[in-house]
Design a protein around this ligand. Sequence first.
Ligand code: ZN
Length: 882
Amino acid sequence: MKTLKSRFIIIFAITAFINVASAYQIQGIDKEMFPQNVSYDPNIPSPELFLGRKLGAAPVRHHELVEYLRMLANLSDRLTVETIGYSHERRPILFLVATSSSNQNNMEQIKNEHLNLSDSRKKQVITDKMPVVTWLNYGVHGAESSGMDAALPTAYYLAAAMGDPINHLLENSVILITAVFNPDGHSNRISWLDTFSSKIPNPNPDHIEHNYDGRLARTNHYGFDLNRQWISITQPEPRAWIKKWHEWRPNLSVDYHEMGSSQTYYFSPGVPTRNHPLIPDTGLELMEKIVKPAEEFLDSQKRLYFHGDRYDHFFLGKGSSFPLVNGGVGMLHEASSARGVMVETQNGIRTYRENIIKHFRTSIANAIGAVNNKLELLQYQKNFYQNAKNKAKDHPIKAYVISAGKDRSRLYHFVDLLNYHRINVSYLKENITIDDFEYEKDFSVVVDLNQDQHTLIRGLFDLATEFEDSKFYDVSTWTLPLAYGMNFNAIENNNQKEKLLGDIYDNKKPLVSAPDKPEYAYAFEWSDYYSPRALYNILDKGLLARVAMNPFIGSTKKGSHDFDRGTIVVSFDRQDASENDIHNIMKDIAQDDGIFIHSLTSGKSVTGTQNPDLGSQFIKAIHKPTILLVAGREMDWYNVGEIWHLLDVRMNIPVTLIDRLQMNNIDLNRYTHIIYAGGQYSNYQPKYLNNIHEWVNSGGTLIGIRQGADWISKNIFNKNTDKSPKRFSKEKANNRRNKERDAMKKDQPRYSYSEKEARDPLNVIGGAIFSGDLDITHPIGFGYTNENIAIHKNTTSLLPTSKNPYATVIAYNDAPIISGYASETNQEKLKNTPALIADRRGKGSIILFADDPNFRATWYGTNKLFLNSLFFSLVFDPPRNN
Ligand SMILES: [Zn+2]
């Protein structure tokens, strides 16, 4: 219903457009852009009229997009618009529903009947009257901006076109449009293009307009690739649209992108050998039928395109794969980027406008493709959910029992994620011990595989161990309980499942009661996910805090309690703050972080001298970290962003990002920790290397991750350890000569060029899960109770072996791969080598992570290793005589 006020605004707005129109001498409808032989509602302004320029003349800015779509929804009874969320930078994410006005008036019923298809309890009869639901996604990668521009003509066409074809399309479908999935990345991109655009478009690929650090715009504010977020949904943007996606369960979802400029035009289906095994063949067959109108359009335009030789439907966290394990069809479209308004390529000049036309026209074509296959799509969805029971019956695993140990926050986030995907989670009815791990009912949950989301559960829980193809567009595995560091076991017996399966779990943020005011000190354990946030808060408020290097038994107001290694103790001794102020801080922590705080009544150990007292040398002082995170164009923006996000958003810990190019001019003494994440380090020999040596020796902690660890190990770590003078070795020289001779010999392999595509990826670890042996007595391993740890791995480089026998906090296990693909050679090469090294240098420390402990903000299970390196890097000692 439109209010009088909004009518007034609309009339005002239209008057303004007419003025714009005359000013720009716009003539009618853009014939190249829009289908011919269609008339358009004259009361609805075209994108050209609204923008005051032709589509493609300059990219559409976010505010233009928002204004235009809101206006269309106001003017047309075929469209509604809703703001479904906001980006980190506070930009709205708009969601449009387009259908016939009669369907709009009947929306509740249409939606209910449609949702019944994905609910096995409802026996919805499919009728010819039911519309098919199509979802068009634009701009999950903000840099690929022609998709966002295509949203304007798409919405305009759906609102204003007149005649039989559009009536048929709208009567038979509900079309959902998320005009911009990633508004911050998009705005970043457009700002660059507008800053360097010329009045005379410059196609020279060397021109600055075309040479932008696209990673900043591909990703969201914190550097997350949102097209890897369909499963993990750790960011506000995907949380907004996944909520809507499940609310609608579209039959067809299409994702619009751009790829490299030298390609042609890609759309699904992808590489046939790289479909995830859980994707039903029928879904893929339907896809081939749906794309027909899009193929016909491109043929009619005599435009080159391709399917099948590049992109795949393997990683289920992408917009083109996720729908395929949720009863729908997902598709990907990729236009060759024009990197601005136009650019020279090997295939001639590529224009932005051409991409808008292709994306817009194939959007409509795909919506038509869905209508052409409407009954099949609806039936497919219904069967998919009705069959869930049979699939569950045939599957050997009946349920999973899952625990995060004593870490309620991690359990909360894990269950929240499953619930977000409409997966039911249940209480564990009774304690059970499996493989030596006791699942306590107060700290564990059960996931029943016999539920409508059976396929998705398997997509999240299955271990990936067999592959038809060794090349992956993204990671080869993403087993969620491993990422979250959960203990989990499969239950393969229905009777046992029934014994364990309780009521539906009521997932709530952990709530703990405020601590009693103690006589002597406060203590909290390090097991909770948010303990680092609590500790930083304490240190930031100027309180003195200490960490227990060994377990101890303390007397608390509620009796004696066994405290584990890593327990944080805040006593009243020597504090500047008053006891009341300290108590208030502790109360806040209990409330905000959900951390249980013990009130200690005495400094004396309950067991006398067998365990340390609170004043023991084994309870060591810790200091507030001041963190420098090296950023910049040479650094892996994903890695950097993940750290920034973890500290800034989750842990409330400030961090300073400094461009690597500026590191020569920095006063390092301002910082206690410097982090070098993954990135390009070849030949990186900066002038300030010596300053880093000195800074570490005088007490700084240097942290390296992935290539950052390799660089530190070559330039700093090994420089100090290897004190023996280099001696000429005859043996070594002979070996080298022999190697060179071998290389000349005939037994060098020779392969047919046709094998290259298949052989190239053999040595890559594109993202697999490895297991490691964690030393939980080392301060960098504090907070963990399980020595067997799952690690996300996507490099093949090796960390050096430290001469310090206590320095290897994690070593890969003997048979290291748990899930995902790594060649036999790589597994052999990596087994038993260090995955995490922590060693002292002078007064400081060097900590090296072979892998990324913060991968995609999904690896809750390894975040704490990284956070430990910020708080506990100086509490462990080097070996004697080091
Ligand atoms: Zn993309």
